[in-house]
Ligand binder design. Sequence first.
Ligand SMILES: Cc1cc2nc3c(=O)[nH]c(=O)nc-3n(C[C@H](O)[C@H](O)[C@H](O)COP(=O)(O)O)c2cc1C
Length: 304
Amino acid sequence: MSLQTNIAGLKLKSPLILASGVVGISAPLLKRCEENGAGAVTLKSIGPNPRAGHKNPTVLALQYGIINAVGLSNVGYKNIDSEIEEIKKILKIPFIVSIFGEKIKDYKTIAAHIAALKPNAIELNVSCPNVEKFGSAFGLDAELCSKIVSDVKNVSGSIPIIPKLTPQANNIADIAKACEDAGADAICAINTAGPGMVIDIETAKPMLTFKKGGLSGPMIKPIAIRCVYDIYEKVRIPIIGTGGIVSGKDAIEIMQAGASCVGIGSAVYYNGFEAFGKINKEMQAWMKEHNYKNLDKLRGIAHG
Ligand SMILES: Cc1cc2nc3c(=O)[nH]c(=O)nc-3n(C[C@H](O)[C@H](O)[C@H](O)COP(=O)(O)O)c2cc1C
């Protein structure tokens, strides 16, 4: 039962890719994902400037998932060269650097710097608010996404570019198509859903310091499945299906919707690094039971 797959020219021994943000950018922690069966890893998003992020509490475990308002805490793109060199030294699997901009032009500047460090791919987190356009996310606007992708393609040479889309866009498939037309090599869908809010009824106050936060984990899986399904109908480039995948059967489901690879975020929060091995094993057991020798015949079969 082979779990091997290819995405945007990268050869993966498993379709499971660590989603951005849950593990950070530390080389030894990313190595633990590899040791536990991840096919590739994505680093936490890096932006134009160092940011402390929001004050604690920023992450709360709920009954069916997680709510977070980490606030894009990061060291800034000028301060990660040595960590990326360390990652290149110790990791055998591909690594994807995720970047975000506060302004549209930031994506090009950061991508040019990151491309010189030769990651296996660059993911574009377009789910953050566009400070030039009154705070609405870049990822809600097909034209802006198209501009960001083509700007980045111009400075990144042969490194694959993967925009990561937000489910807050109710035309997510149109946004994916605009990205494909602008030269994107793959699509990652989805980022966190919501925003949501949790109130402590004893203090009558929102529990997150930032009040609102993005939702992830099992409660968003049906949204992720629908988004991947819609995107698969509109684009030919491969999709990294992300959102609420915690078991082998979840992974099979999002692949049947059209994903070539599967992002794993909250499952690591719940189950630790062993999440990868557990999901790999469960996928193989399901494939054996249903006579699939590899993943090729599985992709997109929920369509038509
Ligand atoms: C604590 C936390 C931090 C996150 N940070 C980022 C981030 O920096 N960049 C990003 O693109 N997505 C970030 N995400 C979103 C995840 O990569 C993923 O898209 C989302 O959680 C849905 O997948 P899941 O249900 O498997 O967690 C974060 C999610 C969580 C829970």
